[in-house]
Design a protein. Structure first.
Length: 401
């Protein structure tokens, strides 16, 4: 690749291409489509996160009248669709044959021999193109797509030589395929972890898990939580500044703080390694809120959260997983929480009375180390994925105008 800072060429190009890019209105390069009357084809949905997918894969129950399917527009492989979030750049290239709501705008290149679809698929995701949509999307919100006539008036820069388009399109396809591969690896590892959690932790009311490391045969001991944890009353007395503020949602330090004045940080709760905090927001995953364990270092947090400190020495890698394990902890929290103004609140007297099964210190160490290694592997792949996404963003900025 070579760098070029001329006005009508991108900053980075493949070698062998020196001509200026052309600028044309979109309607000179593309034509709209509105084929209908094929109700037997599968219904498709257009999403920004996953592109064009079959409607049953959306994950929500979308109602539609089958009698109206004859009015749905036909989408072929290679068609472009402008989604109902077009004001955010929702232009997608279909790899499927099907039909979709007549609300969508569908278009294709006028001349397939002079336009590469993979190039335009990537072009439509660039910051420069999305910014250009502001000239035709004023006032548009969810539920309204850009019309072809609105899109058609946009001026687009592109390389006239089809070989350059193809090289750019193929380059980003390979990058996207690599990103997808890492995403799948991460998802597979997360599913593996979910399976091991179910196997290495006992089911509710059981004292022995289904899967154990060698030489561990004794039952887990039932312990009162009041014998394991106590209320954490330690407050900040000036030893921690705002850079040591901990986000409970992410269990990360927030170097910029949380917006609180420095003089108000005295009185914040001190959260030390191994301490747990109760976060009372409910979700599909956590029915009554959740506990999070501090494994990042001593710091401070908002006094509105309830925090607990171990009474005895505990393996943080084991308890990081166990204290947040919903199949066990939801039975504890249903007995020890109450509705608050904005989120659930933990009733400590009730919490301390609850019992859970706990393995020996040695078994905790084995289980904790196993999940630590698995988490480290997931984190490694996530970092690679983040690096690839940053690389793609940089290339999108430098290989298009």
């Amino acid at each position: 690749m070579s760098k070029n800072i001329q006005k009508k060429v991108p900053e980075i190009r493949f070698s062998g291409f020196d001509d200026d890019w052309e600028q044309r209105k979109a309607k000179e390069l593309f034509i709209p489509k509105a084929d209908k009357n094929q109700p037997e084809l599968p219904v498709l949905s257009v999403t920004q996160d996953h592109g064009v997918i079959y409607r049953e894969q959306v994950g929500i129950d979308i109602k539609y009248d089958k009698a109206t399917l004859k009015n749905y527009k036909v989408i072929h492989q290679g068609d472009f669709i402008i989604s109902l979030r077009s004001f955010q750049g929702g232009f997608e290239l279909s790899d499927k044959l099907g039909i979709t709501s007549p609300a969508y705008t569908i278009f294709v290149p006028k001349n397939m021999n002079s336009q590469d679809s993979l190039f335009w698929k990537t072009k439509f995701k660039t910051f420069t193109f999305i910014e250009s949509l502001k000239t035709v999307t004023f006032g548009i919100r969810d539920g309204k797509s850009i019309s072809f006539s609105e899109f058609g008036d946009l001026k687009l820069f592109y390389p006239k030589i089809i070989e350059e388009q193809k090289k750019i399109g193929a380059f980003f396809k390979q990058l996207d395929d690599t990103i997808t591969l890492h995403q799948r690896k991460i998802e597979a590892l997360k599913q593996m972890k979910k399976g091991f959690l179910q196997q290495l932790f006992p089911e509710q009311g059981e004292s022995i898990p289904k899967l154990r490391f060698a030489d561990f045969k004794e039952e887990w001991e039932q312990r009162k939580l009041g014998k394991l944890y106590q209320r954490n009353t330690e407050r900040n007395k000036g030893q921690f500044g705002s850079e040591k503020t901990i986000s409970i949602a992410t269990m990360r330090f927030k170097p910029e703080g949380n917006g609180a004045a420095e003089n108000s940080l005295n009185g914040y709760k001190v959260l030390r390694i191994g301490d747990i905090a109760y976060e009372g927001h409910t979700s599909k995953v956590f029915s009554f809120g959740r506990f999070v364990l501090n494994d990042i270092g001593d710091g401070i947090m908002s006094p509105r959260f309830t925090t607990l400190r171990p009474i005895i020495s505990m393996n943080i890698f084991f308890w990081k997983q166990y204290i947040i394990y919903e199949p066990i902890m939801k039975h504890v929290l249903v007995k020890s929480t109450k509705l608050g103004t904005m989120m659930n609140e933990l009733v400590l007297d009730d919490f301390f009375k609850c019992k859970i099964f706990v393995p020996s210190d040695n078994e905790q160490e084995w289980i904790g180390e196993f999940f630590k290694q698995l988490d480290d592997t997931i984190t490694l792949h996530q970092r690679k994925l983040d690096q690839l996404n940053k690389l793609k963003t940089a290339f999108l900025q430098k290989m298009f105008i």
